[in-house]
Structures are given as C-alpha cells and as structure tokens.
Ligand binder design. Sequence first.
Ligand code: OOB
Length: 566
Amino acid sequence: MPPRLAGASGTASAWPAEFAERYRDAGWWEGITFGTLLRTRATAHPDRVAVVDHAGPGGTRRAWTYADLDVRADRLAAGLSARGIGAGDKVVVQLPNVAEFLEVIFALFRLGALPVFALPAHRESEIAYFCDFTGAAAYVVPDRHDGFDYRALAATVLARSPELRHVFVVGEDAGPFEALADLPAEPVDLPDPDPSSTAFLQLSGGSTGVPKLIPRTHDDYIYSLRGSAEICALDEDSVYLCVLPAAHNFPLSSPGSLGTLYAGGRVVMCPRPAPDTAFPLIQDERVTITGLVPPLALVWTDAASVTAYDLSSLDVLLVGGAKLAEEAARRVRPALGCTLQQVFGMAEGLVCYTRLDDDPETVATTQGRPISPDDEIRVVDDEDEDLPVGATGHLLTRGPYTIRGYWNAPDHNARAFTEDGFYRTGDLVRLTPSGHLVVEGRAKDQINRGGEKIAAEEVENHLLAHPSVHDANVVAEPDPYLGERSCAYVIRRSGTEAVTAAALRRFVRERGLAGYKVPDRIAFVDAFPTTGVGKISKKDLRILGPENPESPESPESPESPESPEV
Ligand code: OOB
C-alpha cells in the first residue's frame, strides 16, 4: 500500500508519512474530527451553555447549550445536504460574531464540506476571488451588519461566479435568497470525515497579488486547540469573549471560540470591539478571557480606567496579531486587573504564547514560545544558514499544526516553503536563551495595519488598473495608534488627466476592495528610489514619510479610517 499522506487529500502539500506517524505516535493528532468533538462534549455536558449572543429578534440574548449546538449542526447539515451540498464542497462563510457562525461551521464539518473563512470587511474583489478560486457551491452572509447590506454584495458575486449555486442569509430578511433559518431538517446519517483530511480553508495575510488559502486538517487544528486551551488554562468555567472577527485564526483557535468549546467552556459573541459594547458583556456574562489586537488593547486599557462597568471577572487578556509595544504591555495589569498573554501566531500554523507563569519581564518583552515540543524553529540568514541564539533573522518553522503548502498554489509553495517543509514566515525574529521569540520586523511585502494584514502587491494591482497611474508602490509607515498604516506612492501617467489621491482611493474602493486595504495616504512622486542594482527600494520608500518634500500631496487624513479588527 502506498504511504498514507496526511492532509490536503494526498497532494504535495500534505505532511510526509513519517511526520504524520510521528505526530500520531506522540499523541498530538488524536484522530478525531470537529463533528465528533462537538458530539462528545454535547454528550458529556448537554446542558452547559456553549454560546451566547445578542442577535435574537430585536437584539435579544440567546444562549445555546452544547446539546442545542449539536442538534442545530445536525439539522443544518441535513438541510444543506438536501440542497446538494456534500463532502468536499467549498462554502464561503462571511458572518459577523453571531452564534450561527458556530452552527454553520459545525454543520459543514459534519458534512465534510469545507468552510472558506472570509472576514466581514471583505468586499466583491475578495469574495468573488474566493468563490472562483475554490469553485464554491454556496456563500453564507448576514442580511446586514454594521450598516452594510451583504445581500447586495451576494447578488453581485452570484452574477459573477458561475459555480456558486446558493446564497444563504443569516438574519431577519433574506431578501431574494434563502434564509439559513429555513434550512434545518430531520438529521440524516453522515459518514464522519477522515480526521487527517482538510476541514476548512483559512486565509493567509498574504504578500502576493491574490490571497492564498490555507488547508487545515481536523487533526492538526484540534491539536492546536488542545495545546492553546492548556496553555491558557481554559476549563468548563471559562467564558471567552469573541471580540475580533470570529473567522480569523486568532479568535477562532488561540484559544478562541473553538479552544473554549474544546475545554467545555462558554463562548460569548461580541458584535463590535469597542469598550461600550464589550465592557457590559464582560460584566453581565462574567467573561474570564478574551483576545485583542494591540490598538484595541490600548483603547481598552484607556477606557478601563474610567469605566463604571465591573471587569473583575477578567483573568486573562491575550494580545497578538501585531507587535505589542513594551510600554503598552506593562499597562495591561494595572488598568484591567488581569494577566497578559502575548500571542504571536499565523493562520499557516505556528502559535507562540507567553505562559501564565512567565515572569512579568518576559511577558512584557517577548512574544512567547511555541505550543508544541514538536514545533521546530529555525532563525536563519538570507542564505538559509542558521544563526546563533540572540541573532535576528528569518523565522522558519515546521511542526504538527503548521501547513506544508498552500491550497492549489504549487509555484508559490516552492518559494514559501523550504525543500524539507519549513514554512518561511516572512517574520524577522530573535530567540532568547529561554526559548522565547521576539519579533523584530518583517521581510515580507505586507503592511500590518493594527493586526489587519495587507498584501502590498494586491493593492498595487488595483491602483495600476487606473488609466492615469503609471506605477504604484504600497509600503507601511508608522502610525501612533495602528502601529502601521499604508501609504501608496504613485507615479502619474504623463499625458493623462492628473488624478487626485481622493479619486484614486474612491477608485480602489469601487473595485470592491475591502476598506482596510484602501491606502491611508497616497503620495505622488516623479520616480521611485532604487537600490544599487536598479530595483525599486521599498526600504527607501518607507522612510520617505509624509513630511518629505518629494511627497507633495501629503499628508491626508483617511476618508473614513477603518477601525482595526484583525
Ligand atoms: C495572526 O495571524 P495572521 O495569519 O493574520 O498573521 C500572521 C502574521 C505573522 O506572520 C506576523 O507577521 C504577524 O501576523 N503577527 C505578529 C504577532 N502576531 C502575529 N507580529 C508581531 N507580534 C505579534 N504578537 O495574526 C494570528 C494568528 C493566531 C494567533 C495570533 C495572531
């Protein structure tokens, strides 16, 4: 018999058999699926509350027990199956933080259909790409959220994407589509998927023209949940507030809503991250743990000093997604009265945490250490040579929950992974003698806008589609609140009408690009700085800055600054 390859249906991106065997022997891969995980929890403690939100009729509170969630997943799976959705089908899920998010993904897990995790901020450009690239059979949206009508977006995407057969709407008014609430049917027998098969496709932050999709298996992801739940000391009494967009890897699994369900705790869905929404929920639901990106952590620590809400139930605040400044880290305990855990993770796999018993200095100054003893970490120079402990270099990693390749991207995989399967994270780090990682920077062509990742090339391609743009380069520049914001340096095309920064911003927005990717600042230049060999130097562009005389149209405040979520 040929060796069994784990993950990604035996394609080149799967773990080699010897590694799969090692991870099973070590007990990391338990051989259970998400469907089974929920069933065992629902059997063990059917009446415990699994998820709470305030998305009932007229904004009323809903609390579903483990038994409720289990039955709902079964019934929805039956309804989806009756619509022809089955094992291997892809379903783009774009939901805000509502209980149905968990109902939908567990129904899909039970079917062996693969959720493709979109974020609420994504628009036509991203969603149409996900649908086309994966050949998605269905797309799940809310009716409206945060003033945006997702049914209109769905109508546009449906008209463009030939393979998309269904749009299902969560909420009170499905418009021309089918309401998700009308789908549930009598449960049917479904074969449990292979635990080593791909459970879902997660999005990469990306550094290329189009987003890459990350195939995560039941085995590998459930291991990362178990590890995260242990490290964050989750148990049945834990109450996790899901503040960041639920589909993102951080609030999903670090330890996130799925880690909380793994531990038998309670997930509280928070529809918006601002303190005036989150603080009353912390008080009323006795929230014990949550996760934030650094800009939100700053807002929360400021707001906590003047709030009348009782935040005393909060034990742990996780902060990650972007670098947390040391000073900000030191403010967490005095302001919020809880323990900080820094998290440095990536949807591709590796997640590092400071530990609950690390000394305060380590917690304030490092981004933690990996979940697993089998996470292999290399810090290398530009030639892939290993560097000594303490030196800053490129982080490469391999392990039981880090993918061996992106979904259907062989050319990119050849660059993004070493021949022996290490993922090139694009992060610049150094290791401390205690084995903690400190993130020192980034080599990838990406902007980390308060935790939200923007691939420069993707935005450049949209700018280049404008007839008056000759060339464009997008880089990060410092921002006191977000850490980084995006700046597009643009060379106008001679002989065309002189386009303005505002018109260009409108142009990319109208092309259906998510709002957080629209450049915060656009500066027009006559030429780009070049390196010694004549290549455009993004490093030099980054230091041009708003005050530089060569960027005459600056500075401009963004039209509508998008608040960071992830
Ligand atoms: C998380 O996942 P992604 O996939 O959105 O982004 C991963 C990238 C990392 O490669 C790194 O560049 C950056 O985000 N990053 C951090 C960081 N945490 C993530 N950079 C500096 N300090 C940190 N603490 O962002 C993510 C996934 C799971 C858990 C937490 C974050």
